[in-house]
Design a protein around this ligand. Structure first.
Ligand code: ADP
Length: 542
């Protein structure tokens, strides 16, 4: 017997409709690429999203067509989030930090029909246009006065196109499982693969973000996503903010510490979100200038492990709660959040940090399990570590166009490629990426553990640990480190520091100092490149 409840589809347009009706005067503040700060309200944004939808109709965009964007966090990008998906097309956020050949590959693979771009990327569009023969038009996200002087036929002006439209538009209704947006993983190995979200998965994910044990987003918040809208939908924040009517502050292209700090203060931001690298820059600025945060009371850190020292600094020196979050593009992206449980409130500071450095507990909707190489489930004792598998209504069941084949196990679990522990309270801790762990004499060494300890050593700015072949132990760790400016820390000093924090057999067999480490487009260490670079490295112990 079925329940007698209305089966209303969960559609993305309902988020912006709700924001316009119940939080219509709440602002979206953007630092524009053109220069000035721009202010509009949810009411304006909803109206302009409808004009976007009409404009796409007029351009001949149909249900399921892909619309690419090359854009920073800003109000026009947000209009496209709602306008494109709302009219039934698929918003495809391209990552401008990728190599031009990768962007071309991805836009062609996705068969983008139009590409909308911020002025920053006008030269890139000029360079790529000839390699994108199937794109019907390139739309510069600016007004007529600021149109770029580039040699691209098929060029349009966003504001001119919008001026021709009214907001007299009825959002279409369709199956909630309809594709809504597309985001490619950065593909540190092989070609990038597309994750195709649906209206249903996006709305459910937004609800999860708003829950107290998710990111506790509400209409009382002012949210500044430093995480880009081209990186896993800015962790779903634009949708979730509309769902709860939170004010949005969009930093545009300027993500340095000073610019972000200025917005945090002038706009009374309460919640920010970004990867550790961004917070390093921000904390560096705040510390150097002797500043504090007047209104920010929590910050979401994810994308890579938040270092213990960073969490301590935010909590102790600035009174900002760190929400350590883990997830991935394939998961919309939120999987776990590191909020404390009620019973942790009475713990001493250090013990609370022990909890906060873990990547956190599953939010409702996400099932987690850890398994060994044979797929056998491992105990949740906080010690055993194995492959981390996930399942849930906002987790991919296959890449776009079937790339990568079947990706779920018999119970529909997806292998994240991460290695983790789960403790009896359900806190998950990432110990490594499967391909990065160092298999030394039958034991696994977590490269992340050693790296995190190394950056706690005075004089060390950044460190990467990779496996190097070893005749006796199969693999042994090699550390490649970058010194802080003007520091002259030695290999011996680093080893001495590490000896106090990790077991002797986990110590790197050698340390090489370099000027800089390679990173992916999303700011993660590019270990494939390091492994390639050091594949013939002779360890002193070999
Ligand atoms: P990509 O960089 O491939 O686009 P994602 O943003 O989807 O990727 O990256 C997902 C991966 O990032 C996770 O599988 C995990 O390895 C890593 N990651 C994300 N958040 C954390 C975290 N809080 N701690 C450690 N690793 C993390």
């Amino acid at each position: 017997m079925l329940g007698l409840i209305q089966d209303r589809p969960l559609l993305i347009h309902s988020l912006i409709d709700f924001a316009a009706e119940f939080h219509g005067d709440v602002e979206i503040v953007s630092r524009t690429v053109e220069g000035p700060i721009h202010r509009c309200t949810y009411r304006d944004l909803a109206s302009r999203s409808k004009r976007v939808a009409r404009m796409l109709d007029r351009l001949g965009v149909a249900l399921g067509d892909r619309i690419g964007t090359l854009a920073w966090n800003g109000y026009r990008h947000m209009e496209l989030y709602f306008g494109v998906s709302g009219m039934g097309a698929v918003l495809h956020t391209l990552n401008p930090r990728l190599f031009p050949e990768q962007i071309t590959y991805i836009a062609n693979h996705a068969e983008d029909k139009y590409i909308f771009f911020d002025l920053t990327f006008a030269p890139l569009i000029e360079a790529l246009a000839d390699h994108l023969p199937n794109v019907k038009g390139f739309v510069a996200m600016t007004d007529a006065a600021h149109m770029p002087d580039i040699k691209v036929d098929r060029l349009h002006c966003y504001e001119t196109l919008l001026e021709a439209e009214t907001d007299d538009y009825e959002w279409p209704s369709f199956d909630e499982r309809t594709a809504s947006s597309l985001c490619y993983t950065s593909g540190t190995t092989g070609n990038p693969k597309g994750v195709l979200y649906s209206h249903r998965s996006t709305v459910l994910h937004s609800w999860a973000v708003c829950t107290m044990d998710g990111l506790a987003l509400s209409s009382h918040d002012v949210v500044l996503p430093v995480v880009p809208m081209f990186h896993a939908n800015a962790w779903g924040l634009p949708y979730a903010a509309a769902m709860c009517g939170a004010k949005m502050v969009m930093p545009g292209a300027r993500l340095d510490g000073e610019s972000v700090y200025e917005l945090l203060e002038t706009e009374n931001v309460t919640l920010s979100a970004g990867v550790p690298t961004v917070w390093l820059m921000l904390l560096g600025h705040v510390k150097a200038k002797g500043l504090k945060f007047s209104t920010m009371n929590r910050t979401v850190i994810g994308g890579s492990a938040a270092p213990r020292s960073m969490i301590e600094t935010f909590q102790r020196d600035y009174g900002v709660d760190v929400i350590h979050a883990w997830g991935m593009t394939e998961m919309s992206p939120l999987g776990t959040t590191g909020n404390l449980r009620a019973k942790h409130a009475a713990l001493p500071f250090d013990k609370q940090i022990d909890v906060r450095v873990k990547q956190g507990r599953a939010i409702f909707g996400v099932d987690l399990k850890i398994v060994d190489d044979d797929g056998k489930e491992l105990p949740h004792d906080g010690k055993a570590f194995g492959h981390l598998l996930v399942r849930g209504p906002w987790i991919t069941n296959g890449y776009f166009k079937g790339e990568g084949g079947k990706i779920l196990d018999d119970e529909d679990f997806f292998d994240t490629g991460d290695v983790a522990t789960l403790d009896p309270d359900g806190y998950m801790q990432i110990t490594d990426r499967s391909k990065d762990v160092i298999k030394s004499g039958g034991e696994w060494i977590s490269s992340i553990d050693v790296e995190n300890e190394a950056v706690g050593c005075p004089g060390i700015a950044e460190a990467a640990v990779i496996a190097v072949p070893h005749p006796k132990w199969a693999e042994r760790p090699l550390m490649i480190a970058v010194r802080k400016p003007d520091a002259d820390v030695t290999k011996e000093a680093v080893l001495d520091h590490l000896t106090r924090h990790i077991a002797k057999w986990q110590l790197p067999d050698d340390i090489v100092f370099v000027d800089e480490l390679p990173h992916t487009a999303t700011g993660k260490l590019l270990k494939t490149k390091l492994r390639e670079q050091f594949k013939d490295y002779k360890l002193p112990t070999a």
